[in-house]
Structure formats: C-alpha cells, structure tokens
Design a protein around this ligand. Structure first.
Ligand code: RB5
Length: 149
C-alpha cells in the first residue's frame, strides 16, 4: 500500500524533498499535491490524504503545511484519523509507539529537510506498543462513535 502525501504551498518544498527520500527508501508513494509553490488552501490537501486513510484506501499519510497546525486540525476531523504534528525525534517516536498515528504532520517552515527526513524515518520504523495504549485508542474510537450518533 502506498503512503499518501500532500502539502500546501508552505510545505511544497519539504514534500518534494521527502518524496526523494521515501522513494530511495523503497516506499510506494501517492502524491496528492500540491504540485507548485503557488498559494493554495491547506484544507483541500489535508482532506485528500485524510479521506484516503479514513476509508482504508491507504494505511498511512504524510501532510505538510507551513506550521503543520492547519493540516493537523483538518486531518483529525476524519473518523479513525490519528494525525500527529511532530517537531522532534521524541515526538516522532511517541506518535507511533503510544498514539499509533496514521498520519504524520510536519511544518515546512518549522522543521528543515534533514530533520524532517529523520522524523519520518523514526515514525515509519517505530512499532506501536499496544496494551494500555490500545485501550486509549479504543476510548478515542468510542468518543467518535458517540459523536456520530
Ligand atoms: C499558509 O500561509 C499557512 O497558513 C499554512 O501553510 C499553515 O501553516 C496553516 O496552518
């Protein structure tokens, strides 16, 4: 299954760099845009990736805007999405180990290319710890279920 990736203009340059890194790592990618650094609206691109993950069409996604904040807000509106904005290695590891984040969010104006590659690598290679963390994810699912009634 490919990793879906998208950005707005604030994350475009970082997206292109991460694509090169991920392709070299042997990952299959689904690039859902944007394809230039012209100004676009991040909700449109956040939605593209979050919908695919939420529907189970892909398992994982990466979203990038200027700060990562807008993309996180959008992605976490979708059922089953656990989007984590990470800015350091500890957060990248915890995003997977404790939260089983299915979308990694980065800020193209916050984290440089080299550090972003490192954060993506950590998120991809870390395993979800399960146990008490699984119970907490079930609690989140239950909140979603109740809100959807
Ligand atoms: C675009 O200027 C900027 O607002 C966007 O990239 C992102 O940072 C929003 O959260």
């Amino acid at each position: 299954m490919p990793i879906a990736i998208a950005s707005d203009h604030g994350g475009f340059q970082l997206k292109e760099d991460l694509k090169e890194f991920l392709l070299k790592r042997g990952e299959d990618l689904l690039d859902l845009g944007t394809n230039t650094d012209s100004m676009v609206d991040y909700p449109e691109y956040g939605r593209k990736v979050a919908e695919k993950v939420s529907r189970g069409e892909v398992e994982k996604g990466i979203l990038i805007c200027g700060t990562g904040i807008g993309m996180s807000i959008v992605a976490n509106k979708f059922p089953g999405i656990r989007a984590a904005l990470v800015t350091n290695e500890f957060m990248a590891r915890m995003a997977k180990e404790h939260n089983d984040a299915n979308i990694l969010v980065l800020g193209g104006r916050v984290t440089d290319n080299e550090n972003s590659r490192r954060l993506v690598e950590i998120w991809l290679s870390t395993k979800f710890a399960g146990e008490r963390h699984q119970r907490r994810l079930e609690m989140i699912k239950e909140i979603e279920r109740k809100l959807g009634e």
